[in-house]
Design a protein around this ligand. Structure first.
Ligand SMILES: Nc1ncnc2c1ncn2[C@@H]1O[C@H](COP(=O)(O)OP(=O)(O)OP(=O)(O)O)[C@@H](O)[C@H]1O
Ligand SMILES: [Mg+2]
Length: 383
């Protein structure tokens, strides 16, 4: 009896090794920065595969004997969070694969001001930090860095620290001080490479390129590009074929173009199309049209939420750029075609670029999220 194949396209947020498309060049370059203890600022717009790539880099560098520390600053809301998330990540990396007893021996002795507390469940290990709340941020950071360095020295290891969604630090009220203290520690490390990763490109870039900011010139700036179409089309075709279905090349190419190369949407649209295609069957252009509508519907609640947060002028400009990306959104013709005003466009463009809703690529203003643009025109599409 033939086994039923499961859908090969991933809907989760982070991709493991299996099913990873390309990124060989990025992987090589990032690994060489990590081996040289160089710092990297890596950014791209949302859901292009940054975190997945970081996991790959960390897996690889760990195999080479490095300590890999992953800190996620996405939901950071205060100074304490900055400390606790960093501390837990360090303790988790140092204490990897240890039992409750050896964890105490290995991790506890490294720190003086912060005490880790560990909770080992059947499938999860959670580590939290306990410390005197009157301790300053500077002292707590010093404790973490001293402990980490002691561990690296005693074990003759080197280290990669990844700070994901690092730009969130800059939105904290005490960001200036936090950035200053972090910089002091980071610039002194010879055995540690730091990767600062983020999706709010504008914010992250300015943290590292503004000469008045603490992180000015702290590392290589690395913009992550889309995976090329020539890599992704065969990836889609092969995964259909390997699971007993067919996806013609032109359909796969249409998937890529429709979502402008966004890795998350490629996975999702392919996933929907795969489900529509019968076992042993072949997907068609008609099926893909239906799959596109389903994709837009499934993302609608998220789009709705970000649209609600925009003012009238921003919404109008989003719709205009969805219909017509432009190198000259201020030109009289463009304004007239989309009933916009020059002053309004100027204001809206600034805020939409800042929020990473609009980007300028090769001189053309366009929406970062092509599917969001299509959704914004849903009434015109009859949805
Ligand atoms: N190399 C890859 N090959 C194929 N699919 C990928 C690849 N990298 C990422 N993806 C797909 O893209 C989705 C988004 O990936 P990931 O969460 O790593 O992106 P991100 O840039 O970190 O997103 P965010 O901006 O939300 O943090 C994943 O679920 C995965 O399905
Ligand atoms: Mg991510």
């Amino acid at each position: 009896m033939a086994t039923v194949k499961t859908n090969p396209f991933n809907l989760g947020s982070v991709l493991s090794d299996e099913g990873f498309c390309n990124r060989e060049k990025e992987l090589d370059e990032l690994l060489s920065h990590a081996r040289n203890s160089a710092n990297v600022i890596l950014y791209s717009s949302r859901r292009r595969g940054k975190t997945s790539l970081m996991k790959r880099v960390m897996d690889e560098i760990s195999r080479e004997g490095y300590l890999a520390v992953y800190v996620d600053y996405l939901s950071v809301i205060g100074e304490n969070d900055v400390t606790e998330k960093f501390f837990s990540a360090v303790a988790r990396a140092v204490g990897k694969d240890v039992t409750e007893k050896s964890f105490a021996e290995r991790v506890m002795k490294l720190f003086t001001r912060i005490r880790p507390s560990i909770d080992i469940g059947p499938d999860t290990v959670s580590i939290s930090a306990r410390y005197d709340r009157s301790e300053t941020f500077g002292h707590l950071m010093e404790d973490i860095f001293l402990g980490l360095n002691k561990y690296l020295k005693d074990n003759e290891r080197r280290c990669l620290v990844v700070f994901d969604e690092f730009q969130e630090i800059s939105s904290l009220p005490e960001s200036k001080r936090i950035e200053g203290i972090l910089r002091e520690h980071i610039q002194d490390q010879n055995n540690i490479s730091f990767f600062f990763v983020g999706s709010r490109r504008h914010v992250l870039r300015s943290m590292f390129t503004d000469s008045k900011r603490a992180f000015y010139r702290l590392g290589f700036i690395y913009e992550m590009e889309n995976i090329p179409k020539a890599e992704f089309v065969p990836y889609i075709v092969d995964r259909f074929r390997d699971t007993g279905k067919k996806c013609p090349e032109e359909v796969a190419a249409d998937i890529y173009d429709y979502v402008a190369g966004n890795t998350y949407y490629i996975q999702k649209l392919s996933h929907i199309l795969w489900n529509m295609t019968g076992q042993g069957g072949k997907s068609t252009g008609d099926m893909l049209e239906k799959a596109k509508v389903e994709l837009i519907r499934s993302e609608a609640p998220i789009f709705q939420a970000s649209f609600v947060g925009m003012n009238f002028g921003e919404k109008k400009l989003v719709r205009a750029l969805a219909v017509e990306p432009s190198g000259k959104p201020y030109s009289i013709d463009y304004l007239a075609r989309h009933t916009l005003s020059a002053g309004g466009v100027q204001k809206s463009l600034r805020s939409l670029i800042d929020k990473d809703v609009v980007e300028i690529v090769d001189g053309t203003h366009r929406l970062v999220d092509a599917v969001f643009g299509k959704w914004s025109l849903r009434a015109e599409m009859g949805l």
